[in-house]
Write a protein that binds this ligand. Structure first.
Ligand code: ADP
Length: 217
């Protein structure tokens, strides 16, 4: 379990469980740790190893050889104290890649100040993402970083039936059509790609501009 393809996930609530199962799905070994016996039972056989333990106890983490992992996720949400204590112990054990779930901005700042390299805000991020979907016609919206997004949407009329290289979409709208889906198959675009009305497109660009573009009809 010491190689990079193994991850320790601490806290198997809704977020931790779904993350751990997704890692297993992609062929990663997962050690799941949770303090609740029922939760541990429910994950038995679904993860490589599942252990009932209190992650705020240094001795426990040492006994479980958690320090041999190169990646760990603190997925405890409700108990902020346990979340912070666990993150600080993982740092003390010298785990290089630590992801920790923050439930608020001040909580996230504390984790960052401790030295946690990846602080994630699942509820906040999902709320923002769904807001974009609720507002427009987009089928999916992913903010890649500060002010840059990828959007899955239907093509506006002005780019249908014309090779993408001739649409002037980049100078006019500041977005790029990076891929398209035709009959259920995704392909990369080229300058010669001609988008059809029934295609689904994936566009990249500044958040405001991809949003404005996906509102065109
Ligand atoms: P979510 O909102 O994703 O469901 P929760 O905070 O409700 O997250 O769940 C977090 C999980 O973390 C729970 O299953 C809980 O038993 C577990 N947990 C909380 N504190 C500890 C701890 N000190 N050690 C191990 N597991 C813990």
């Amino acid at each position: 379990m010491a190689e990079a393809e193994s991850v320790v996930v601490i806290g198997l609530g809704r977020f931790g469980s779904s993350l751990a199962l997704e890692l297993m799905e992609s062929g990663t070994e997962v050690l799941g740790i949770d303090g609740d016996e029922d939760i541990v039972q429910a994950h038995n056989g679904l993860l490589t190893h599942v252990v009932r333990a209190d992650s705020t106890k240094e001795e426990t983490l040492r006994q479980l050889s958690v320090s041999e992992f190169s990646s760990a996720v603190v997925a405890i949400g409700g108990d902020i104290q346990a979340n912070i204590l666990t993150a600080s112990l993982l740092l003390k054990l010298g785990i290089p890649n630590i992801w920790a779930k923050a439930v608020s901005d001040p909580h996230g700042e504390i984790l960052q100040q401790l030295g946690v390299s990846h602080v994630v805000y699942p509820e906040k991020d999902m709320g923002k993402r769904v807001a974009h979907l609720v507002r427009g016609v987009m089928q999916d919206y992913i903010e890649i970083g500060e002010n840059f997004a990828l959007v899955k949407t239907t093509p506006p009329r002005e780019i249908i039936g014309v090779p993408l290289g001739k649409t002037r979409i980049r100078p006019n709208h500041g977005v790029t059509v990076t891929a398209f889906n035709r009959d259920g198959v995704w392909s990369y675009t080229t300058l010669e790609t001609v988008i059809a009305a029934t295609d689904i497109i994936l566009i990249a660009g500044e958040s405001k501009r991809v949003e404005a573009f996906s509102r065109l009809i």
